[in-house]
Design a binder for this molecule. Structure first.
Ligand code: BES
Ligand code: ZN
Ligand code: ZN
Length: 500
């Protein structure tokens, strides 16, 4: 899909589908809409009246294009109330426009540069929002199924009022294209079945990203033996039950004169059967998604060579399956992690925190300004926040604000939960330093986060994002986030890196 920004009048644009926007509460008594109404022989106002179209977000009216317009259809979309921060409304609208065009079998679309009447109108940001959503809405995991009637959208044209706006819009589009590339890398990795998405495959992907980066990115891979030498026994314990070799991946993007250093840690469980604490069949159905944190880290790295932020970024992934076998770790086993803390493993299905423990120790040794981990860590997170919201726990208020602000601007929903000191007793073991599951049936997100905190020095700013809900969508989340792997986190982390 080609996305372009030009200057002109939307009604004189040439495209199969022409889209104009209307705000809730906007007076319809303006030249533009009156003119469009006349061209449509009065049908615009009539239909709006009859169907209660008020410009609310999500409202749509479709008309066959009048002769004077070089298009097949004219779509009028509502953008809701004109208020600050309408990026998400714009994304939702742009995604839904692309979906509509596909359904109608139309392959070229022209739309206004939405938000021109907005008080803090920023043409680059609005165009970025349109382009991101248009490209993401067009995504489909089609490796294993031939798509029926799949209209290919060849071109989306964003029509700006003047040349300056169009030039800024082009910058926004270029940025969106790079970011979306990263999101799609993550989506494809999550959607690939575990059968092909092994630890070795993640290594292959990491090496490929480094190879294509024009020497911007280096990748170091640790084998099982090398991890043993680093005493990563918590991570290796998870790998015991699998015949597929575990791999520890460390990627580095290190630009000259970087102003900050950040480490991104992704949970990379390439399949989570639960191990000997086996999951029930239905809970296992989506467990190929248990490497979604790793996928998002790889998605971020796939964009770094083209975005070129002035920040040193480390990507850390402990990749392994979690399988039952006669060699698998058993409930009651005790392991010593690489920071020497001992862990009583009472439930082998709480494996993510074990792999992350050694990953976080490794990350902290790099002395970064901040560590952020992303992990499909707990079912409890879905109980607490549902399928669309990730939980954030952090030892640093500044980092939390930066992360939540970044999430707010990308539309990826995150909510802070506390690292409650009083709950530390719930992960104390009688015979080891820690137990890997809480003693209570409640507060599972918090006990998991408190567990992880044991592997991060207090003076290192750290945020943990539990993405169990939004990483893999069982139903569409927005017009531009469909079923399956979502690439959740990529856009927010890139925004955060940009704001560091
Ligand atoms: N990978 C799962 C968590 C998960 C569940 C992710 C649903 C995405 C969707 C994790 O390893 C797990 O199994 N956690 C256990 C922890 C429990 C044993 C303390 C859980 O949530 O049940
Ligand atoms: Zn598990
Ligand atoms: Zn898991």
């Amino acid at each position: 899909m080609e996305i372009q920004a030009i200057t002109g009048d939307i009604l004189h644009s040439k495209a199969d589908l022409i889209v104009v926007a209307s705000y809730e509460g906007e007076s319809w008594d303006n030249d533009f809409l009156t003119n469009l109404n006349e061209m449509l022989l009065g049908k615009l106002f009539k239909a709006a009246e009859a169907r209660g179209f008020k410009g609310k977000a999500g409202q749509k009216m479709l008309f066959p294009a009048p002769d004077a317009v070089d298009a097949e259809f004219v779509l009028v979309v509502g953008l809701g109330k004109l208020e600050r921060g309408i990026s998400e409304t714009i994304r939702e609208a742009a995604g839904s426009i692309v979906k509509t065009a596909k359904q109608l079998g139309l392959s070229t679309v022209a739309m206004e540069l939405f938000g021109e009447d907005d008080e803090d109108y920023a043409p680059n940001q609005n165009a970025q929002a349109i382009a991101e959503a248009a490209l993401l809405a067009d995504y489909k995991f089609a490796q294993y199924k031939k798509l029926k009637n799949n209209t290919i959208i060849d071109r989306v044209t964003i029509v700006a009022e003047n040349g300056n706006d169009a030039r800024r819009a082009i910058k926004g589009i270029e940025l969106a294209e790079k970011i979306v590339d990263g999101v799609i890398v993550a989506r494809n990795l999550v959607n690939a079945p575990a059968q092909v998405m092994s630890p070795a495959k993640l290594v292959e992907v990491a090496l490929d990203i480094a190879k294509k980066s024009n020497k911007c990115i280096r990748t170091k891979i640790l084998t099982r033996e090398q991890c043993e030498k680093k005493h990563m026994n918590a991570f290796l314990a998870v790998a015991e039950g699998s015949d597929r070799e575990p791999k520890f991946i460390h990627m580095v993007y290190n630009p000259e004169r970087a102003k900050k250093k950040i480490a991104l840690v992704g949970k990379g469980i390439t399949f989570d059967s639960g191990g000997l604490s086996l999951k029930p069949a239905n809970a296992m159905e989506t467990m190929k998604c248990d490497m979604a944190g790793a996928a998002s880290v790889l998605g971020v790295f796939a964009t770094l060579a083209s975005l070129k932020p002035n920040i040193e970024v480390h990507g850390i992934i402990a990749a392994t399956d979690n399988m039952p076998s006669s060699k698998a770790i058993k409930p009651g086993d005790i392991v010593r992690a690489s920071n020497k803390k001992t862990i009583e493993i009472l439930n082998t299905d709480a494996e993510g925190r074990l792999a992350l423990a050694d990953s976080l120790v490794y990350a902290a040794k790099l002395q970064p300004d901040a560590i952020i981990d992303l992990a499909t860590l707990t079912g409890a997170c879905m109980v607490a926040l549902g399928e669309e919201i990730a939980a954030v726990t952090s030892n640093n208020a500044k980092l939390t604000i930066l992360l939540l602000d970044s999430a707010n601007s990308t539309g990826e929903k995150m909510w802070e939960l506390p690292l409650e000191k009083n709950y530390k007793k719930l992960i104390e073991s009688d015979i080891a330093d820690l137990r890997n599951i809480g003693k209570s049936n409640y507060g599972g997100v918090l006990t998991a986060a408190l567990f992880l905190q044991n592997f991060v020095p207090d003076d290192v700013a750290w945020a943990h994002i539990d993405i169990a809900g939004p990483a893999f969508a069982e139903r569409p989340i927005t017009s531009y986030i469909g079923k399956g792997g979502t690439g959740f986190g990529v856009r927010t982390l890139l925004k955060l890196i940009d704001e560091l």
